[in-house]
Design a protein around this ligand. Structure first.
Ligand code: NI
Length: 206
């Protein structure tokens, strides 16, 4: 039975993983009304996020903001010019816009201070005191239930393949996939086929 599943491959591999976890594990991540999927893109799609400096600045920015305004990172992936992430906020706290504003600010401050480049400023952006590091907006999707959460997390981890940046999901260094394999949520070889076909429409940002 398992041999057959293994030969078929693809998403079915999840059934055979050793600790026998299944979708119900997502209960520990899901907070009704407080679990979100986000996409955030760099200004003019500059490929800065997977550089040493970009990763350092983003890590520090997230940790700084999480100290002041806690949230759980369920899943995260860095691509060169954007990132996808799934967060759970504390119950009764819906202030993700504040967290996003702060993360962008903290990143920008560190990035520019360390000599990272920014793109040329339009008059309008200068008026709004924005720097040429991030796109102004970001995409937000409120996760509806555990099945929706599973799709969002799968979408996040499969994204390097979606963007043709990695041959296998496990080959991409800059995501929470490794952690979730260690936690027993995925088989290491997961991601042979697109787990969320058709989810690359504009609502998903990328
Ligand atoms: Ni993407």
């Amino acid at each position: 039975m398992f041999l057959i599943v293994f030969v078929i491959g693809g998403p079915a591999l999840r059934w055979s993983h050793p600790t026998g976890h299944n979708m119900s594990d997502y209960r520990r991540y899901f907070v009704a009304g407080g679990t979100y999927f986000f996409t955030c893109v760099t200004h003019e799609r500059r490929p800065i996020l997977t550089t040493d400096l970009g990763r350092k600045c983003l890590h520090e920015a997230i940790e700084k903001v999480r100290t002041d305004h806690p949230f759980q990172i369920v899943a995260i992936v860095l691509l060169p010019d954007h990132w996808h992430t799934v967060w759970t906020l504390p119950r009764g706290d819906d202030r993700y816009p504040l967290r996003w504003m702060r993360i962008k600010e903290e990143f920008t401050e560190r990035w520019l201070e360390a000599g990272g480049a920014e793109t040329a400023q339009s008059e309008s952006r200068e008026k709004h005191r924005q720097r040429g590091v991030w796109q102004r907006r970001y995409w937000e999707h409120t996760v509806r239930d555990e099945a929706d959460l599973k799709r969002c997390v799968d979408y996040t981890h499969w994204n390097p393949r979606e963007h043709k940046l990695a041959a296998r999901v496990r080959d991409w260094e800059w995501s929470s996939f490794d952690r979730m394999v260690r936690e027993g949520e995925y088989d290491i070889d997961w991601g042979g086929t697109d787990p969320t076909p058709g989810w690359d429409d504009p609502e998903w940002g990328e």
